[in-house]
Structures are given as C-alpha cells and as structure tokens.
Design a protein around this ligand. Structure first.
Ligand code: KG4
Ligand code: ZN
Length: 344
C-alpha cells in the first residue's frame, strides 16, 4: 500500500455508451482519465442501442482500466478504493461496470464504493479545485438529466428542480437528428448554430416563469419540428442553421434564467454548471455573463469533465470512502437511482 496516503481511487463509469476509467488523488487531483467513446458504434442507429453498448463495455472495460492505471503510473496495490457508477443509467451497461469493479475489488482486496452518476456530474466542479464554496447551486444538464441541486457538501446534495419531460441534452439530440445534423447531436448542433441567426425564428421558452424550479423542453422541441416542416417546403438557404441557433438560444435562456431565479430564491450566492450540455460554449458564456451581472460566483466544470468520464466518479468515490460509505459484493445496479438518496 505504498501510496495509499495519497488517497488514490480508481473510478469506473459505464452507465451509458462511454467506457471510462480514471485515477484521482485525494478526490481532486486527476492523474488519468480514459474515455473510450462508442459513437462510431451507434451512429448508424442515430442513438444509443443498449444491447450494443453493454457488449462493447464488456470488450473495452478492462483495457480502459489498465490504460488508466498505466497513464497514472500506479498499480492496484497503490489504490485506497475502487469507485463504480451504480446508477442511474442503462441497466445492462451499469451491470458491466459493476461486475468488473466487484471482481477487481475482491481479487485486489480493495474497498469498493458505489457512486450516483448524477451526483458525480455535480462533483465534476470539485476536480482540480483545492476548495469549493458551499453550499452552492448546481445545474447538471446532460443527455439523461436536467437537475438543479443544492450542494451542501460532496455527500449532501438535494434535488430542488428537474425536468418534467425531456432533458435539455435529449432535446439537443432530437432537434439535431431531425435537422439532419447527425449523431451525437449536441456538439453538431452547436457547430451549425454558430453559423446561424437566432433572431430568424421566435421560439417559446417553456415554463421559464412557472412550475417552480422545474424545466420542460418537449414543447420547444415540437415547436422546432413544426418550424422545420414549414421551412423544408420553402427551401430558404441557411434555415437549418438559423433554427439551430434559435433553439440553442431558447434552451440557454431557460437554463440560465431558471438557475439564477432559483439561486436568488434559495439565497445562494454561488452557482455551478456541469453535465454534457455544460460543454456548450454558448451556455457557458451566457451563464458567465448573467452570473457576473447578478453578482453570483460561477463554478464551471472543465469541459473534459462535463461529458461522461470516470474522474468525477473517482473523485466523489474518495469522499464516500473517507466517510466510510463502503459497498459490498451484493451491490446491484440501480437504473433509476435518484440523486440525494442514500444508500442506493
Ligand atoms: O453527461 P453526458 O455525456 O451523458 C449523460 O449523462 O447523459 O451528456 C450527453 C449529452 C448529450 O445529449 C449530448 O448531445 C449533450 O450532452 N452535449 C451537448 C454538447 N456536448 C454534449 N449539448 C450541447 N452542446 C454541446 N456542445
Ligand atoms: Zn452523464
């Protein structure tokens, strides 16, 4: 256990379609982060096919883990703990990560901790920061989730708002798909939106001033679909880029407005932004400007730790390990595990 005082944790993340492994020291120092994307496997289907995702995780999990240990320059005996995502996510994908982690924990005789994927996204803003102000309000906006969480500590996160229907990332993916931008949709839509004029279309901002701290994106998605059908008949040059820009602008407006309103209402002076959609430059810029105008401190997760990764899992895993929240071999996948609810 030569380096166990460095608090080295190996994180394993397989909740959806990326196979990820990482080594993190002391909960914040990322020594390695391996992300094996499956995009090329799912692109022809226009979305993640769960059965294919699980099978690919089986093939790639151990090589990704070996790579993360090699990149970090450590071996199994240096680890204080092993952290694995237990939910929420696709059950088959989760089970691959869990079985791998349990087998390794048993053979290496290393403590195991179970991590909630959404809380891990919120923890991403802690990575690389020696200190993080608490409490703060975290907007976690990804493909599966759009949540506002009050982060009292890494181990105490309370859900204060979530989406009533689609997540923002899901809306990005669906809009990108029917505008013909391909898969994965979010980054493709952002690139096309950069060439468009957002003012060319007036789109709704669903529940921007209602439904408390909850979000809704399905009406916006339908509005885009309707406009797209009208335009496709007329064939105006550049309409796809304009519509993408208008959609992105409406989504960003809602996310920023509701986050700031919640912070004000809850009396919180610090907000943070994480999750796959938080890598969107337009959202990062709008949130930065608005936070500065409102006198709020803003913590942005680094873009590489916004989309799925295992560094956020290992980091939060260290906090759980220190608190003695150990899992055992009976640990099961929790596809619907809500953030803020412990244990799974
Ligand atoms: O956090 P993540 O990698 O996986 C989930 O936990 O869901 O988030 C993936 C989501 C996808 O919906 C993807 O389209 C979206 O994040 N996304 C983006 C961008 N990059 C990824 N959405 C908008 N702009 C981006 N640049
Ligand atoms: Zn995620």
């Amino acid at each position: 256990m030569a380096s166990s005082n460095r608090g080295l944790v190996l994180g394993i993340e397989t909740s959806c379609d990326d196979t990820c492994a990482a080594v993190v020291a002391g909960g914040v120092g990322v020594l390695s982060s391996v992300v094996a994307s499956q995009d090329e496997l799912h692109v022809k289907f226009g979305g993640v096919v769960p059965e294919h995702a699980s099978r690919r995780h089986v093939e790639v999990a151990l090589p990704a883990i070996e790579q993360s240990l090699a990149d970090a320059g450590v071996g199994p005996r240096d680890l204080s703990a092993l952290a694995v995502t237990a939910g929420p996510g696709l059950v088959g994908s989760l089970l691959v990560g869990l079985s791998t982690a349990k087998a390794l924990a048993m053979s290496w005789r290393t403590p195991l901790v179970a991590v909630n994927h959404v809380e891990a996204h919120a923890y991403a803003t802690f990575l690389g920061r020696p200190a993080v102000p608490l409490p703060h309000l975290c907007l976690t906006v990804s493909g599966g989730h759009t949540n506002l969480m009050l982060v009292r500590s890494p181990l105490r996160m309370e859900l204060v708002g979530s989406t009533l229907d689609d997540s923002a990332g899901e809306a990005f993916d669906k809009v990108a798909s029917f505008l013909g931008f391909g898969y994965p949709g979010g980054p493709a839509l952002e690139a096309r939106a950069a060439k468009g004029d957002a003012s060319a279309f007036q789109l709704p901002r669903p529940v921007i001033d209602s439904h408390g701290h909850d979000f809704s994106f399905s009406g916006l998605k339908t509005a885009v679909l309707t406009r797209a059908r009208d335009c496709a008949d007329g064939q105006r040059h550049g309409w796809r880029e304009d519509l993408a820009a208008a959609f992105q602008c409406a989504t960003v407006d809602v996310l920023v407005h509701k986050t700031v309103a919640a912070a004000r209402e809850l009396g919180i002076a610090v907000v943070s932004l994480s999750g796959g959609v938080a890598s969107n430059r337009s959202l990062r810029l709008a949130m930065s400007r608005r936070a500065a105008a409102e006198g709020l401190e803003l913590l942005l997760a680094s873009p590489e730790y916004c989309t799925d990764n295992a560094a956020m899992v290992a980091g939060l895993g260290w906090q759980l390990f220190r608190a003695g929240a150990l899992a055992d071999v009976g640990l099961d996948a929790e596809p619907g595990w809500r953030p803020g609810v412990h244990p799974p």
